[in-house]
Design a protein around this ligand. Structure first.
Ligand SMILES: [Zn+2]
Length: 385
């Protein structure tokens, strides 16, 4: 029994497909089970990239994905010559990156099996990048397999998705996530239950919350914002707090790494030396890197604000549940009292409007609206009775 698929929690329906495709791939020719382009979709945290990477391991492992051999291990850490995992931390994947990738994967697989490309954010391809990729997906080298990941089918150009076999991942249930945290990650049952609830099926995030005190306390501050919207001034203050918390969350990861990257690059060009290298090529490269880092940190802040808005939405979702008489399936059980009193003192019809306002704010942010202004407008709407 191959074990790279063990971690795909709650995805039994696709594990079966991937296993039979792996077996079919041994026969060499492309069969109905084994095709050269796949598209994994699912909500954040459902594990679409984990599923794609597990499949990549299974394809290059001599034992169909044992999870323990050198091939399996190196494929997972992006160290296998025939497996390439494309992760973008920037806002988009540009056509130059795709062209460069295509030159790299044009070679035959070094081990004689398959060459596998996992693209974690196919939804971030610019249109010209997608078109460059399309040609490769249409006429692949016979031994190249493309595993694309995106939140939904609609995030990928129709021309590309029509050439892929589509696999839709499910959000695992609350019970499933709780069990994994207890059994796999040794997290105490009470904490596991709390983390599974507030992360709503996002296993990675659940683990992050359960094992990180500062993340939990930041989340608490964010969840309290809805209770502090007594005046217009308070609403503006809440927006500022939200953006500040999200930014500091995002920057705590970026800063150290950014500095190291710049240093490494300067070393490569001979830092401190007076040679022409640093003066010409080096300075330009540092500027390029700084630009990339800026795009990366912008995305991280936006992701962080988006996560905070989703958290806040669970507050109003709970309020709505209580207002309709359901107190059983509350997500924020640690705020039960506050939620019940909010539900009693606010009209039912406004709760849905507030949830809609939150979702509109997320859409606007995804379209590059200015974060602070968007959050201010949102908080003013949430402040209404
Ligand atoms: Zn293996």
């Amino acid at each position: 029994m191959p074990s790279v698929f063990y971690d795909l929690v709650g995805q039994e329906h696709i594990i079966e497909i991937l296993q039979s495709a792996t077996v079919a791939s041994r026969e060499g020719a492309q069969t109905q089970e084994m095709t050269h382009a796949w598209l994994f979709t699912g909500p954040p945290g459902s594990g679409r990239s984990s599923a794609a990477i597990a499949f990549a391991q299974a394809l290059i492992c001599p034992n169909n994905g044992c999870g323990t051999c050198a091939d399996c291990n190196s494929a997972k850490t992006n160290g296998h010559p025939d497996v390439e995992v494309i992760r973008t931390e920037g806002l988009s994947i540009k056509v130059e990156e795709i062209r460069e990738l295509l030159t790299r994967v044009a070679w035959a697989p070094s081990m004689g099996g398959w060459r596998v490309v996992v693209m974690e954010d196919a939804d971030r391809l610019t249109e010209s990048a997608a078109n460059a990729l399309l040609k490769a997906v249409e006429e692949p080298g016979t031994r190249t397999v493309w595993l694309l990941c995106a939140p939904t089918l609609h995030d990928v150009l129709p021309t590309i998705r029509s050439r892929c076999r589509h696999l839709q991942l499910r959000t695992p249930s609350l019970e499933t996530v709780t069990k994994v945290l207890i059994n796999r990650d040794n997290i105490a049952p009470g904490m596991a239950d709390f983390a599974a609830r507030v992360s709503q099926g996002h296993i990675g995030r659940a683990k992050y919350i359960a094992s990180n005190e500062s993340v939990r306390s930041n989340r608490k501050l964010i969840m309290q914002l809805s209770l502090q919207l007594g005046s217009l001034a308070a609403a503006f203050q809440a927006a500022q707090t939200l953006v500040d918390l999200a930014t500091s969350d995002a920057n705590s990861i970026s800063d150290e790494r950014d500095e190291k990257e710049i240093e490494k690059l300067q070393e490569a060009y001979g830092k401190g030396a007076t040679g022409r290298g640093m003066a010409t090529g080096g300075a330009k490269a540092v500027k390029e890197l700084e630009k990339e880092q800026k795009s990366r940190s912008t995305r991280r802040v936006l992701d962080s604000i988006d996560g905070a808005l989703l958290d806040i939405a669970t507050f109003y979702r709970d309020v709505m549940m209580v207002q309709s008489g359901n107190t059983e399936s509350m997500i924020n059980t640690d705020m039960r009292e506050e939620i019940e009193s909010y539900a009693a003192s606010h009209p039912e019809h406004s709760t849905m409007l507030k949830i809609n306002a939150l979702m509109d704010a997320r859409t606007n942010l995804a379209r590059n609206a200015a974060p602070l202004v968007t959050c201010e407008a949102l908080m003013c709407q949430l402040a209404r009775k």
